[in-house]
Design a protein around this ligand. Structure first.
Ligand SMILES: [Zn+2]
Length: 97
């Protein structure tokens, strides 16, 4: 009788524990937590990790001496595309057009 009663309780506790673990993951956005179930959370966290890896690979390109970062579109531009210094720094010709 005791074992029959314990079995379902144990699986329910396991589910709670995995949910708690998910909620404590810092990469799980607090705003998306409330409306999604555990399956969606796992999927979103995996996708987020993949995206951050890709972004790191792309962003590490060093800026060259003849380049500047446009403060409007945040793209690295060749200085031939420099138009003027804006309020926050250089602005490219494309953004000034
Ligand atoms: Zn720009």
């Amino acid at each position: 009788m005791a074992t029959d009663y314990d079995a379902p309780r144990k699986s329910a506790e396991d589910e709670n524990e995995s949910l708690e673990a998910l909620k404590e993951r810092p990469e799980a956005g607090a705003s998306t937590m409330n409306d999604v179930d555990a399956d969606n959370l796992g999927f979103e966290m995996t996708g987020g990790d993949d995206i951050s890896d890709v972004e790191l690979d792309v962003v590490v390109l060093p800026q060259q001496d003849d380049e500047f970062t446009c403060t409007n579109c945040f793209l690295v531009r060749h200085r031939s595309q420099f138009d003027h210094d804006g309020q926050f720094g250089p602005v490219c010709a494309e953004c000034s057009a």
